[in-house]
Write a protein that binds this ligand. Structure first.
Ligand SMILES: NC(=O)c1ccc[n+]([C@@H]2O[C@H](COP(=O)([O-])OP(=O)(O)OC[C@H]3O[C@@H](n4cnc5c(N)ncnc54)[C@H](O)[C@@H]3O)[C@@H](O)[C@H]2O)c1
Length: 251
């Protein structure tokens, strides 16, 4: 990703509300400003009471990267205020359908991605195709591993959960995924490792007695996630409905 493929918007800058000013929020602020946007509201735990409809409505779009525990409440406040919302917080997906229903019923705009990077979204497409090809070959055992920094609160990662769902939809011999070691052949095991500062690695492995096929995505830093989130905000302005990175990136 560089300026040649995603030029700054110049005079068409957005007014952005940033909810969550941690590692991702700060990186998003920097990318958004480089692309000619203005941060009109910045919310973190110390000023969470400023997340009001009046403040949110000063923005064209809100971007939310907080935590598994706070995401749902923040998302609902944005949708209730009628502000288009890009959300990247992971670990709260049990309430995602509820949010999508609310958004559709109230004519809002919402884009969620478990991973905003261009590379991972291409990796998702490769993962789906590989799963289709491996479906008729039960001799291959399937395993997934994800490696993240030690501050990460949820396991498995949202990206690993998306990869696993894509496999479950295409490989008939797998019924569900588990984050524990299991020998049940109907379960897809995801191993989660937490080490130092790793921004995120995902490995999908198909192994048989004869050979192994492995696909790996390794994020080197957070720039890919942050750039994707800003591209998503640019895409979402003035739209209504539910979207994903597939539409943003035209995949
Ligand atoms: N979708 C993606 O591409 C992607 C990429 C990286 C991280 N993430 C996810 O984004 C989230 C944030 O990641 P991070 O690395 O920035 O974490 P972080 O811990 O560095 O930052 C989170 C920030 O949110 C703040 N926060 C917590 N509760 C809040 C609340 N109620 N209101 C406002 N702010 C609140 C925290 O104080 C902190 O500053 C995590 O869920 C992570 O898994 C998603």
């Amino acid at each position: 990703m560089n300026e040649a493929t995603n030029p700054p918007l110049g005079g068409r800058g957005l007014k952005i509300a940033l909810i969550g000013y941690g590692k991702m929020g700060k990186t998003i602020e920097s990318i958004a400003q480089q692309r000619g946007h203005e941060i009109v509201l910045k919310i973190d735990v110390t000023n969470a009471d400023e997340l009001t409809p009046a403040n949110l409505q000063k923005a064209d779009v809100a971007i939310e990267f907080t935590s598994p525990h706070s995401a749902y409440g923040n998302v609902m406040k944005c949708l209730q205020a009628g502000v288009p919302l890009v959300c990247g917080s992971t670990g709260w997906l049990d309430r995602l359908e509820e949010v999508k229903q609310y958004c559709l019923q109230h004519n809002g705009a919402f884009l969620y991605a478990s991973n905003f990077s261009v590379g991972v979204n291409i990796f998702f497409e490769i993962n789906k195709r590989l799963a289709e090809l491996m479906n008729p070959h039960p001799g291959y055992a399937i395993h997934m591993e994800e490696i993240h920094h030690i501050q990460k609160l949820d396991a498995p990662s949202g990206t690993a959960a998306t990869l696993a769902e894509q496999i479950l939809e295409r490989v008939e011999r797998k019924d569900s995924w588990t984050n524990h070691n299991s020998t049940d052949p109907t379960l897809l095991t995801i191993t989660s490792k937490r080490v130092d500062t790793a921004p995120g690695t995902h490995i999908v492995t198909y192994s048989s007695d004869i050979d192994t096929i492995e696909i790996t995505h390794t994020a080197h830093n957070r720039l890919g996630f942050a750039t994707g989130a800003v591209l998503a905000a640019e895409f979402l302005k003035d739209k209504k409905g539910i979207f994903s990175m597939k539409e943003v990136l035209g995949l």
